[in-house]
Ligand binder design. Structure first.
Ligand code: CA
Length: 242
């Protein structure tokens, strides 16, 4: 698989620390974003533990079951860190990972929490992940409109994350058909809090350079208030030989 990729993580304009984490391993076709939370100091530890476990356990040629077991290993590693240091109690993290298969035969997305993966096939932007949030449950039940969910006071209440649930986290696996020219975006909710889907699509359509697009996403989210940490990973698939 030929690809070009870029990624950036930014503290934003309000939060004192950046609790997001970013993993870019283009040589292995492996990418992830994670959004840590909770505890006095724990959020940045939880997100870092999760992407480090993925980095260490994620060899070439990962399949869906291996990715799922790596997510459960990350969940266990966070729980063990809390057992060893109770001041970390309550920490947890989202994680959304992309594995690009060789030979242009598609991508795997593995996900828990409210970070997101999108596929952009100009001009269509398609959200690949389902938010594991209370408001998404209400939308799915027909009790809230999607636009109400974005501004809802409970919009950040998660129903699944690594490290913070009783029992196993809910892990979504998506097998995504991908073609040369498609772009996959992974992002934490600091991006989607400030930018609607049409803003994301417009920016990707206008900016073919992945590094420039990543910088433009951070700038746009900060222009929208920068109320949260912002992390993006961008991967454009190329035809072989390109
Ligand atoms: Ca966040």
């Amino acid at each position: 698989m030929n690809l070009v990729s870029a990624g950036l993580s930014d503290r934003g304009r309000v939060r004192p620390r950046n609790e997001d984490a970013l993993l870019l391993r283009p040589e292995r076709g492996l990418f992830a974003v994670a959004d840590g939370m909770g505890g006095h100091v724990g959020g940045d530890i939880a997100s870092r533990v999760a992407v480090d476990v993925l980095d260490e356990l994620g060899p070439d040629g990962l399949d869906a079951e291996q990715l799922r077991s790596i997510f459960l290993a990350a969940h266990g590693a966070i729980l063990r860190a809390v057992s060893a240091d109770p001041t970390l109690s309550g920490m947890g993290t989202t994680m959304t990972a992309l594995r690009v298969r060789p030979e242009n035969d598609g991508c795997l997305i593995i996900h828990t929490g409210d970070s997101r993966a999108y596929r952009f096939r100009d001009p269509q932007l398609h959200q690949l992940t389902r938010d594991h949030t209370w408001v998404q449950d209400q939308v799915d039940a027909g009790l809230l409109q999607p636009e109400q969910a974005r501004a809802h006071p409970y919009s950040s209440v998660l129903t699944s994350a690594l490290g913070i649930v009783n029992g196993e986290p809910e892990i979504q696996v998506v097998d995504v058909p991908c073609d040369a020219g498609d772009t996959i975006l992974l992002c934490t909710d600091g991006l989607t809090a400030g930018l609607a889907d049409q803003d994301i699509a417009r920016l990707l359509s206008r900016e073919p350079d992945m590094d420039a697009a990543a910088r433009a996403f951070i700038a746009a989210a900060n222009d929208a208030g920068g109320s949260d940490n912002i992390t993006v990973a961008l991967v454009r698939l190329l035809a072989s030989g390109q």
